[in-house]
Structure formats: C-alpha cells, structure tokens
Design a protein around this ligand. Sequence first.
Ligand SMILES: NC(=O)c1ccc[n+]([C@@H]2O[C@H](COP(=O)([O-])OP(=O)(O)OC[C@H]3O[C@@H](n4cnc5c(N)ncnc54)[C@H](O)[C@@H]3O)[C@@H](O)[C@H]2O)c1
Length: 248
Amino acid sequence: MLNLEGKTVVVTAAAAGIGRETAIAAAEQGARVIATDIDTAGLASIASDRIVTRELDVIDRQAIASLFSELGKVDGLVNVAGIVHHGTIEECTMDEWQSAFQLNVDSMFHTIRGTLPDMLANGGGSIVNIASAASSVKGFHQRFVYGTTKAAVIGLTKSVAIDYVDKQIRCNAICPGTVDTPSLRERVRVLGEDLGGYHVAMQRFISRQPMGRLGKAREVAALAVFLLSDEAAFITGQTHIIDGGILA
Ligand SMILES: NC(=O)c1ccc[n+]([C@@H]2O[C@H](COP(=O)([O-])OP(=O)(O)OC[C@H]3O[C@@H](n4cnc5c(N)ncnc54)[C@H](O)[C@@H]3O)[C@@H](O)[C@H]2O)c1
C-alpha cells in the first residue's frame, strides 16, 4: 500500500487526462495536492478537502516563481503539462519549435527551480516528469519536435537526478505510450478528417498497441504515485516506460 500521508504534491496540467488522474490518485493515497492548470473549470471539478486548485500557466515563469514562493513545504512535483505537434523536421515551423520547447521543457526548468530550494531545506523530495515513449526512447512518425522535446525532458531528468542524488531529492521520468485522454481524442479527431472518420483513426492508434488497447490515464497516475512515495526511495534518474508493450 502506497502512502503519501503528510506529503504536499504539486501537479501541473491537472484539469484533464494524466494530470487529473495523478492529482486524484495522490490525494487518495493521503497527499495534500496543489492541482494547477490553465483550465479553472476543469480544476474546480476535482477540488476537495485534499485537493487545492490554483490557476497556473506553465509558460509563465513569473507565475511559477510566485506560486512556489507561497507554498511552503513541497515534497513532490509532477510535471505533466505538454503539447504534441504533428509533423516531420521539414514541416516544423520555428514557432512550433519554440512553443514546443517552451511548454514541454522550459516549464520543467522553471517548476523544478521553483521547488528545489524548498526540497533542499526540507531534506528531500520526489520530482516526476512526464516525458513520452516518443523521445530518445523511440522515434515515432510525424512526432519530430515532440520527440525532440521529450528527449530533452529525459536529459533534464537524469541531470537533476545525479546532481541531487546525495540530497535525498529523486527525479524520474515517465514515458507513456498512447493513453486515452482528451488531447489524444482530439488528435484522433484531426487524423480522422484525413482517414475518413474518427473510428478509422482510432483503430490506427490502437493497431500499434500490442495489447490491443490504449493506456488509461489512471494507469500512468499509479506509476507517478509510486515514484512520489517513499516505497520508491531507491529509484532515481530513470525513464519508466508504460506503453502496453510497444517497446517489449
Ligand atoms: N495522452 C498520451 O497518449 C500521451 C502519451 C505520452 C505522453 N503524454 C504526455 O502526458 C502529458 C499529459 O498529456 P494528456 O494527454 O494527459 O493531456 P490532456 O489533453 O488530457 O490534458 C492536458 C491539460 O494540460 C493543460 N494545459 C495546456 N496548456 C497548459 C499550460 N500552458 N499550462 C498549464 N496547463 C496547461 C490543459 O488545460 C489540460 O487540462 C503531456 O506532457 C503529454 O505529452 C501523453
């Protein structure tokens, strides 16, 4: 049984998908959760006595600094926010390149910088960064800038892990395969316009899954909760692949 009793955990992009399920799962295991997102209505739907919600745009570094300066003790940080751009290197515009890095990588630089002083002062913590199987782990068609940024997340994760390994601060990455979330459904809808229907496009995603199904956000959340917990105290600097067997 995992126990997050007495821990305060910050989650980004917590209004939907993997972030939402992570916030809920962490609270169920006893954590006090600071759930953040730009979608305040989505956040409101998970607010509870254990889940405090705060509007936070992760591309706003001042807002990140201000949030962490107010929070006090933070034991866990789950960096979930990320954006998927479609296309090859030839199709990638400079705007897409910059916005992908801003949201997928710079945001983690700022949130980790925001939380580290507190974790150091409090004798440790656990940072979990959501990367992707599309990264340095594996190339996926039409995921050029996305895969590039998620590879950077893995490098960032390993660097933080090794620099703070003797300070009881752990830093791990989770690399999900295809997970059924609102943003995935939107990607399916867009692909469906080319392929002749939502169902056809969904089958395209499912067909690359050896298990014959997409992942569930709560399955990724369960791994994040484990990595936040003291049961994972000997694990740092790793890429935890949860992909339904794509890389088996
Ligand atoms: N769904 C998948 O198949 C999959 C696979 C691998 C990795 N991932 C990664 O998991 C993470 C979550 O993806 P998801 O599919 O659960 O997303 P989702 O679309 O279900 O949820 C995204 C959330 O991010 C929030 N958000 C968007 N921009 C934001 C910003 N600037 N600041 C704060 N919040 C913002 C949205 O409001 C929304 O609540 C991403 O980093 C994604 O790259 C997802």
